[in-house]
Every structure is written in structure tokens, then in C-alpha cells.
Design a protein around this ligand. Sequence first.
Ligand code: ZN
Length: 581
Amino acid sequence: MEKRWNLDQLYLSFQDESFLKDIETLKEMLEDMKKYPQKQKNESDLKDYLKEANAFEDLVEKIYAFISLTMSSDTTNQDALKYASIIENILAGFADTQAKIHRWIGQFDLENIHDTYVLEHMYILKEIQEHNRYLLSDEGEKILAQMKTTGSSAWLKYKDQLISSMKVSMDGKDYPLTEVLNMAYSKDKEVRKKAYEAEIASYVTVEQGVASALNAIKGEAITVTKLRGYESVLQRTLIDSRMSQKTLDALISTMKKALPMFERYFQLKAKALGYTNGLPWYELYAPIVESEMSYPYEKGSQFVIEQFYTFSKHLGDYAKKAIENHWIDVYPRAGKVGGAFCHNLHCIQESRFLLNYGNEFGDTITLGHELGHGFHGECLNTQTALNADYPMPIAETASTFCETIIKKAALCKAAPQQKLLILENELCDCAQVIVDIYSRFLFESRLIEKRQEGPLSVEEIKDLMLEAQKEAYGEGLDHQYLHPYMWTWKPHYYEADYAFYNFPYAFGLLLAKGLYGLYQKQGQSFADTYEHFLSLTGKMSLEDVGQSVGIDLKDMNFWQNSIDMIKEDIDLFEELLKQNS
Ligand SMILES: [Zn+2]
């Protein structure tokens, strides 16, 4: 059945008069905003700027969303491709204007502001002033931006090309890497093992090139952070994440402390699959029971709506609205991108969702996850566009929270065999987000440290990866079958401007668990607190957002409570395995 999203609320088509008119308006606004750096330090000018910047954000979002949503549901759409580059060109000139405006904002004494609209934006104004310390001269910024296109951006393209055209040979046939990676979920043990062995063997052809890209991108990150005056690459990520070192330390220490607990989970899974020496890498995603559940979209979406209503009327109404008003593009089809995402549209106070729904229980979870992102956007609709932009570590919190609502409900209602399946799925995910993320954090820390002295050889990079995996997984994995090449295809290591794109995942998961714990304690009354919490995520530090619900993110005890919730799941998992054997 056809279930496509409706984009009419944005524009009717690329020929729509309002679309063409909005592009003209966008150009005019860009021109107009050039006047601000010339102005005096008047509070009223600052207010005018903020109003215009908010309108500008909404307009860019509206135009850009129409282009990118059209493109993701129809990847060869020529109009979308054409307008994408037109908009890119228009916005290319904006970086320069923006840097000048930021310097202008830097001259204001923010302690002496009285206007309520300006005061409402105090956090981002102070943040801009703070960031100005790390700006180079206009000339310096221009040179960096230009060199980047032949530096990290070019290396990233080269790496993507190597990985996407890589062939894995198996039984005399060549497969693309993505297909072989998917075989880790196969029901057939032989397939899982063969796929892993073939995958590992095939990196020889690309390892030199990918290592060069990694060395170059990390080298650039180190150089740029030094030039800008940051203490370290990590400090830059923390500042961009609106998060303190103390919070990160509390999070990472708690993760480290939880490693033996996960070791127990891996060993339980290993035993269930018949291994005595820990889990081989290729069994990390192995199913331990067969799935008998079928969740067609009608049933799945109904289940999600029902469970969301148990949390609050607003959340339930929201899911219902999204599903009934055609905000969701449901099924896979030719020409549509893979995966799933949510695009929040502050400009029209709505969201759009892309799924590739396939009738599995996991697809229902994904629907709940994406609607959770959407509800985050819904709660931010009460804020201005500038105050609705939240930092990376909090991005997965609302989605994981809603996922937890669905999983807990499904677990309650399931028969024993299904329970084991749901629980295993959940623990497999948690183990990735805590244990594997911990290994990636170790790996990246050491990689950046060593890179300061010079480029690393392929062997050195592989050794760093193995060392990090041994430390993180301990005896949970069979050390004969680790994965020395995990740095090749994980995209996060190749983000030149946002390093350590790993701990945000653990932050999101454990914060969501912590919020769920508060919900369990406080019951229905937590719903309002939760909405208020989400509405603040774009306009204060993560620590202050936590404080709004009485959470101290710098305190290990908070994180530990979330880990304890996972421990309960591992205990139940062990019990169910015993009953099952
Ligand atoms: Zn997500």
C-alpha cells in the first residue's frame, strides 16, 4: 500500500510561485543582514538582528527541507539537485557575513541588556562571544575555508570512494561491503563467520588509502584546533557540545566501571550460542532465538500510539497526528534512500519522517524512535529558531526515551520466547553504545595523541584498535576474533570539525534511561517536566538542562543509576536463558 509523506505544507512543487519567491526573499535577507556589522552597539539593533536571524533560520529551513526531503524520497530528482546547488551557492557567501556579525555581537556588554527578546537569547549571545575567542582574522578564516576543500573535505571524499567501491570476495562472488556487513545478522552461523572472514581479508586493498585519509583528517583537526587556540581537540568538541569536562569524566568513568557487567552479558550470549572462550566478533549481532513476530505497519503504528498515550495525552496525540496527517514516508521503494530519519520543521511547526518499514518488531521500535525525535521538535516549537538548536550529545535522548516506552510495553506483553528476543535486541544495542563506544573513545584519544608526533602506519592504527577492543570487551570477546579494521568504515572518525563523535551516543542512551527512571518514580506528573526539559535543550548548557529536572550530570551516581537499569535487564536475560535451556 502506498504511504508517502505530504510536503504540500512546505511547497506544492519546485515551480510553486511561493518557492521561487522565498528564494528571492532569502537573497534579500542575506543582503540586508550585511548592514549589522556597520551599526552601533544599540540594544534595539541587536533585537532587530535576532528577529531577522530567526526569520532567516526558518526560511532557510523551509526551502532546504523541501529540497532535501524531495531528494531523499526520490534521489534522482533533477529539480532537487539543481536547487540544492543554487541554495548552496547563495549560502556560500553567508559564512563571511556571519563571522562579521559575530564580531559585532562581541562588542556588546551583555550584562547590561534589558529587552526581554534579547534576554531570551542570552545563552547563544554569550556563546557567540565565547566562540569569538577562537575565530581567526577574516583573512585567516577565508584561507582555512578554502584549504579545507582540498584538505579534509577532499580526503573524506577519497575515503568514501574507496569504501563504497570496495568489493568483498566470498565463495567466488563479489559483494559490496554493506551487504557483507548485514550478514552479521544472518540466522546462519556459517554465513556470519564466512562474511566476517571475507570482510577482514578484503581491507588489504584499501587500508593504505583509508589510513592516509584518517591521518590527514586528524592532522588537520589538530592543526586547526591549535591555530584557533583551543587546548585540545577534545576541548573543542566539548565546547561545541555545551558540555563540561567534568560531565564527560563522570560519564566515561561510569562506562568503564560497567565493563565487567557487559562482559557477563557477552559471556551469557557466547554460552547460549555454544562458545566457551567468549564471543567471536562475528557473533555480536547473532540472533539467539528465531523471531515469530510480524508487525505490519497498521499494527505497529497502532501499538506505538497506544503506548505513547500511556505516557501523556500530548505524546499520544502527537504520534496520531503524525501518522494520520501523512507526515511519514513508510515503505521502501526504488529511488528512496535507506535507513530512517526524522526532519523537524520548526518553520511550519511540523515534522516529516522517512522509514523503510519491513514488518519486523524492530521496525516498530524505529517508528517509536523517530517519533521521539519528532516530539522533541514539537516541544521546541515553543522556542525561537535560534533557541531550538540543540547540541549533539542531547540529540538521541528523546528518541531513546520513546524507544524505551515501546520496548518496556512490548516486554510486558510478550510470551517468554519473544521476551528473550526483545531483551536480547535491547542488550545488544546497549552493549554497542556503552562498550563499543568506550573502545572508540579510547581509540580516538590515543590516535589523536600519537598523531601529534606524525602519521601512523596501518599496523599502528590496527594495533590501537585491537588494544582498545581488548580493554573494552575484556573476556567478553574471543581475542582470536576481534576487528582490527573498525576505523575504516565507521564514518564518525572522518568528521574534521567534530571529533569524538562517539561519547554523545552513550550520553544520549544513559540520559534517556535516567529520565525514564524519573518517570517510573514520578508517574504521570513527569510528562510536563519532560516537555519542559526538552523545550530547554537549545538554549542552555547540558548541565543546566539536567538541573531543570534535578539531574546532576557531573555526578557519577546519576550515570550509575542508568547502568543499574541495564543490569536489571541482564539479570532477567540470564533468568530467561536458564528457563529456555
Ligand atoms: Zn535517532
